[in-house]
Design a binder for this molecule. Structure first.
Ligand code: ATP
Length: 678
């Protein structure tokens, strides 16, 4: 654990009774006399450290904030809370916050444990049960708060969550890398970090697709289409007959009515497709035996012997595979979008433009929007019964341990039930027996490792960052992983860029989460006010009523807008980036649409070469606005190509520009070939 050497102690309080307590990342007691040396920031007694104000002192006389780098204390800010005249306040609280906001950024996000603000604290310590939405503009600390909340929940509900694990979903792998140090710095590791493209273990999305194609796949209607696709694979008779040619016997005709009967039996009881294969085989063998009896009179052999005989016949096995093939979810998704006939059968009458956006070569990789479909199909298809049969026998011996886990999850369901603010617990989705069956415990791996490799793991809590990009199908896949809907979704409707349609939280949540709460964060801790003025100007192109945001700092550097000839956009952007690298030692993000990125390749190569030669880390980042979501840099250079008339520019394009302009913590340079920004 890195905790001990990294800002272990960051604060202290003095109470009205004269008690003095130190607050830290973890709690520590003197092993000899048990005296409390350090109080964990998450303990109830530490709460006032974050929430007390001179007006509401909560029993505190004074507060101290300590900042440190490695093991060296760099500053101490004392803040008296007991004051006669509120106007005389020396605002130590703000000084510590300002120091934290002004610090140079690195490739990794740092936690905010020393300077959590009051409105943020309320979210971090909110109850475990239920679905909480945190809406906030850029830089309002949504990611920081979400991660602190994960750490808080893991502390407050340790017994439960350290076994069931917290799932954290971030927009892309770069973002996961960016936030990966925060939980370990807070001493926590019971979390699994995934992107929508890596949600299903063993399957990784490697391709991309257009926004409208992804949006279509994200709709809930797709569930029925997938069900249709599975049913279409079951005894595709087309009203026809099949001729069975058993080895050494006369051919046998299986007519359409008979096959229909067999299919109905296979489908009975709602067993998933693959798991229902034995049922289907049994029904088909029954019909074959009946035909044989009709042909040759009743047999002297026992039925089970005759079934076993027939089942071994290659012609029968071929028929099993043809009429009820064992299906693989990934192959099925590939087939669905890679075979025009199958596609048209499942999605009849689709708009031709959308149809051609969805169809692709079968061998092409999966996209992130395919992953919830793979997950849905994995549910609809169930496990292949053959290997499962062997695995089931060994799994039975582990069941006793698994039951403990199952009980743990069910306790959560019960608790959630008791909470009046929570949706009715979906016990119908998960039964105790199913839960026990699902969790293979006791194999020496940590719960997080086991959870991360198990598609059917049931998590204790799910946190989604950049949640405005969550499709209904992805939400469905997440609810499957957390049926109690104990979830925290943080995001910003104005940063939704998948399509031009407006995003609303109700539109996403209402169909699947009957009750949820929303909290708004309003202060931008990242982007200085001077820069936000430009960004808000862009946002108002799509929403003229967008409110004036509050930035915690005005900022020292006036943003620069450089107008250039369209032909020179790439080169001018590269020059501006080189200037930004020379002007400070901090991180520099260059954000440009795909078309301009090529021109920046040389710049990136030069900078990477330089930093590697010095043994330093790469402080230059280059990418598109979509890649930049959730990230921040000390200085940002945004390249803006010439746009058509403002009314002809798509909403998503304006929002992407808004995302790009809100990434800097200190400096912004806009290089534009038109006049969209300035
Ligand atoms: N209480 C705080 N103390 C110190 N720094 C903070 C605090 N709250 C937020 N910050 C800092 O503000 C910056 C923005 O925070 P964060 O990335 O969590 O914002 P966000 O709302 O997720 O932004 P976006 O929507 O643009 O991704 C980060 O550097 C974060 O550390």
């Amino acid at each position: 654990m890195q905790t001990a050497s990294y800002g272990l102690l960051f604060g202290g309080v003095e109470t009205d009774e004269g008690g003095r307590f130190r607050i830290g990342r973890i709690g520590l007691s003197d092993p000899d006399d048990g005296e409390r040396l350090l109080i964990d920031w998450r303990a109830p007694v530490a709460r006032a450290f974050y929430t007390a104000t001179p007006l509401h002192r909560e029993g505190l006389k004074a507060r101290r904030r300590i900042t440190s780098t490695d093991r060296t204390v760099t500053a101490v800010y004392d803040e008296p809370l007991l004051v006669d005249d509120l106007d005389d306040l020396d605002d130590g609280r703000d000084a510590a916050l300002m120091a934290a906001l002004d610090r140079p950024r690195s490739q990794h996000m740092s936690d905010i444990v020393g300077t959590i603000q009051r409105e943020q604290d309320a979210i971090i310590r909110g109850p475990l049960a239920g679905t909480l939405v945190v809406q906030g503009g850029p830089g309002t600390g949504k990611t920081a708060v979400a991660l602190q909340r994960a750490a808080y929940l893991l502390y407050e509900h340790r017994n439960r969550l350290s076994k069931s694990v917290v799932l954290i979903v971030g927009p892309n792998l770069r973002f996961l890398e960016y936030i990966s140090q925060v939980l370990p710095s807070l001493g926590e590791d019971s979390a699994v970090l995934v992107t929508p493209g890596t949600l299903v273990p063993g399957v990784t999305a490697t391709a991309t697709e257009s926004g409208p194609a992804a949006e279509f796949k994200g709709r809930l209607e797709i569930v029925d289409a997938l069900k249709r696709a599975v049913r279409d694979a079951q005894v595709p008779t087309g009203g026809g007959t099949r001729v069975l040619r058993p080895a050494g016997l006369k051919p046998m005709t299986l007519d359409g009515r008979m096959l229909h009967r067999v299919r109905t039996r296979g489908r009975s009881g709602g067993t998933p497709h693959n798991a229902a294969r034995p049922k289907f085989e049994k029904a088909l063998l029954t019909e074959i035996l009946r035909l044989e009896d009709e042909e040759h009179g009743s047999s002297s052999m026992e039925d089970w012997e005759r079934r076993a005989d027939w089942a071994e016949d290659p012609a029968v096995q071929e028929l099993f595979d043809e009429l009820w093939p064992l299906l693989d979810p990934v192959e099925m998704v590939r087939g669905l979008f890679g075979d025009a006939d199958r596609f048209d059968a499942v999605f009849p009458g689709l708009d031709p433009v959308l149809r051609s956006a969805l169809l692709r070569p079968r061998e092409q990789g999966l996209t992130p929007a395919d992953i919830p479909l793979v997950d849905e199909l994995a549910e609809l298809l169930g496990d292949d019964p053959r290997p499962a049969a062997a695995a089931a026998a060994s799994a039975r011996s582990d069941r006793a341990t698994d039951v403990e886990y199952a009980q743990n999850v069910l306790d959560m369901v019960t608790d959630a039930d008791a909470d009046a603010d929570h949706v009715s617990a979906p016990v119908s989705i998960v039964s105790a027996a199913a839960l026990a069956d699902r969790q293979a415990a006791g194999d020496g791996r940590t719960p997080a490792e086991r959870a991360g490799s198990d598609r059917e793991w049931v998590y204790g809590h799910v946190i989604v960052d950049e949640a405005q990009e969550t499709s209904p199908m992805l939400l469905r896949a997440l609810i499957r992983r957390c049926p109690t809907r104990s979830m925290t979704l943080v995001g910003d409707a104005n940063q939704y860029t998948a399509t031009d349609a407006p995003f609303t939280w109700a539109g996403l949540l209402d169909p699947q989460v009957p009750r949820w709460n929303r909290t708004d964060l309003t202060v931008n801790y990242r982007t200085p006010g001077r820069i936000m003025r430009i960004a808000t100007g862009v946002l108002r192109r799509v929403d003229p009523d967008a409110p004036e945001p509050t930035s915690a700092r005005a900022g020292e550097h006036e943003p620069r807008v450089v107008r250039v000839d369209p032909a020179e956009l790439g080169e001018a952007t590269a020059r501006a980036a080189a200037d930004a690298l020379a002007a400070s030692e901090g991180t520099v993000g260059v954000i440009a649409p795909l078309g301009v990125l090529g021109a920046l390749r040389d710049l990136r190569a030069a900078e990477v070469g330089k930093t590697t030669a010095q043994g330093g880390s790469d402080r230059l980042w280059v990418g598109t606005p979509d890649d930049a979501k959730g990230l921040e840099f000390d200085a940002v250079v945004v390249a803006v190509p010439r746009m058509p008339a403002p009314e002809a520019v798509s909403t998503a394009t304006w929002k992407r520009l808004y995302v790009a302009l809100t990434r800097p913590t200190q400096r912004l340079t806009v290089v534009e070939a038109g006049d969209a920004v300035g």
